[in-house]
Design a protein around this ligand. Structure first.
Ligand code: SF4
Length: 347
């Protein structure tokens, strides 16, 4: 386990990007996200990506090791709902702790200097008694090359004793919790069968932040019935709630999901350009201290129905970067302080 000290959330952008020096906000506005390079220089980036943030935080490339803790989900077992969320394929594949050391050994041949975070990704990874979580998470942290945990869950699966355990974990290793909110709009939440209310997200956020635990919020772009205004309102809400990180998923229509059967022919976005434009608008509204974890979505190509170009992740990400360059903008340029950018976006 890492003995590195954990930087609690709530620090100023300058402290996050450059732990020692204060940086003039004017420089951020004019040059983008500033980050110290290994040589001590300050480099400008257009987004505060989690990969760059982690590299600075740990001094090395960090790899998230996907783990399956064998959890289920209250939206599948009848506790909060049945059938799961509209878009969820929920195969739940994977094997808990399946030879973590072996996986790291394999990856080490390609990235000999990398560090690792255990990523509990599938289903709802706090949907169990705290003692069981302690056992499962502890087993992963027993591998000395694992330097922290990433725990994806639902806000309605964080009772006090689990919160207390997460707080304890947060004092002994690097941790962030991911909350799958998807949208703030109750009409959409009902449509996608999310089976918890926005107030439950707000309450979980408040409690996690009171415990100084980093929270990453998932939002889905392109949900049925939502337009740009709806998606922008969701982003603004989670920023106001103090999310530390952001995952923007493009909605994928996947074979075998209720989305595919109930919305045949649904196209979340007509083109890559449309999606890229929207994401750039949202990134510009996102404060620079918020870490960006994802701007696309993953879907095994044989299961993908729409958008047909969704698997072209590199093209989409390159398009987002190219569009920010073309606009001359960066993350946060439209948040918090007036900007002089001439922005050609449609909003
Ligand atoms: S998306 Fe998450 S909360 Fe929804 S059914 Fe799937 S595992 Fe459960």
């Amino acid at each position: 386990m890492s003995d590195m000290k954990y930087n609690p959330p709530g620090r100023s952008p300058a402290e996050i990007w450059n732990h020692e020096d204060s940086i003039d906000p004017e420089l951020i506005r004019s040059r983008g996200i500033l980050r110290k390079t290994p040589t001590g220089d300050v480099a400008a980036e257009r987004m505060n990506t989690i990969s760059a943030w982690l590299r600075q935080r740990f001094g090395r490339k960090m790899i998230k090791l996907a783990l399956d803790g064998g959890f289920t989900c209250p939206n599948r077992d009848g506790t909060r709902g049945t059938g799961g969320c509209l878009f969820c394929s929920s195969t739940g594949s994977g094997e808990f702790s399946s030879d973590i050391s072996g996986q790291i050994d394999l990856l080490s041949s390609k990235w000999p200097r990398a560090g690792y975070l255990g990523y509990f990704q599938n289903h709802t990874n706090t949907y169990a008694p705290a003692a069981e979580l302690r056992h499962k998470f502890g087993a992963v942290l027993a591998e000395p090359r694992i330097q922290g945990l990433v725990i994806a869950t639902r806000p309605d699966c964080l009772p006090e004793d689990v919160m207390d355990y997460l707080e304890e974990l947060n004092h002994t290793c690097f941790v962030w919790v991911e909350l799958g909110l998807q949208t703030i709009h109750e009409r959409t939440a009902r449509r996608i069968n999310r089976c918890y209310e926005l107030s439950e997200y707000d309450s979980a956020m408040k409690k996690l932040r009171q415990r100084n635990i980093h929270v990453v919020t998932h939002l889905i772009l392109g949900l049925p019935g939502e337009d740009r205004t709806d998606m922008t309102e969701s982003l603004d809400h989670v920023i106001r709630q103090g999310t530390w990180g952001l995952k923007l998923h493009m909605l994928n229509v996947m074979k075998g999901t209720r989305l595919a059967s109930e919305y045949p022919g649904y196209q979340p976005f007509p083109s890559i350009e449309e999606y890229v434009n929207l994401v750039c608008d949202l990134v510009e509204r996102t404060p620079p201290e918020v870490t960006i974890h994802r701007l696309t979505a993953d879907c095994p190509r044989p299961l993908l129905i729409a958008p047909s170009w969704s698997y072209e992740k590199r093209t989409i990400l390159n398009g987002i970067n190219a569009e920010l360059v073309r606009r001359g903008t960066c993350q946060g340029c439209r948040f918090g302080f007036p900007t002089t950018y001439s922005c050609s976006s449609t909003k």
